[in-house]
Design a binder for this molecule. Sequence first.
Ligand code: SAM
Length: 198
Amino acid sequence: MAHAGHDWDAMYTAAEAPPWDIGEVQPALAAYLAHASIADPVLDAGCGTGELALLLAERGRRVLGFDFSEPAIAAARAKAQERGLALDLQVADAAQVRNLAIRPRTVLDSGLLHSLDEVAAAAYVGGLAAICEPGALVCVLAMSAEAGQGWGQTEASLRMRFAEPDWVSSAVDGIQISARWQGEDLSMPGFLLTTHRA
Ligand SMILES: C[S@@+](CC[C@H](N)C(=O)[O-])C[C@H]1O[C@@H](n2cnc3c(N)ncnc32)[C@H](O)[C@@H]1O
């Protein structure tokens, strides 16, 4: 279900934080959100330890964050309590997203889609189409296949996944994705897709 080679729970419980867990929202997504019009309720899909969901809750948004990994959700809940923020954080599988009790008007995905295999990705995007309100904004930050390691997305694969008639006004921009590993700050090529539920 998850991307081959990733044991998410093990990565979240290891001595060193996983490379994507940089303690802040991905800068490219933060820059987009500074100008985007965000409507409630917001779904943070694959929220990890919750920096993005927490930022939006801090801004007064009504947020549901979910992730497959229990340790990640436990860490996100601990941060929420520490920061005095109220938001819904659940353990859930992206392939079952249609079963969540939410009709999102905004969906944010920071690194989830590119982590899913083909079957799970199809179920996830189909599930988003089923639950999103008409006009809902979906924003996906994904690693580019150019980053190597034999996986990732291309502009064409993102556009194909979020195509008409379900999705309209799609745009894909090249961005950089930040990571940190063994004390080193890394930057990798990625994409920011924005689209709307028809
Ligand atoms: C690259 S990380 C990004 C995490 C977080 N959004 C961030 O920016 O720090 C991908 C996340 O997707 C989660 N994930 C992987 N497969 C999943 C699935 N099938 N359902 C829900 N979450 C999943 C992982 O546990 C991990 O937290």
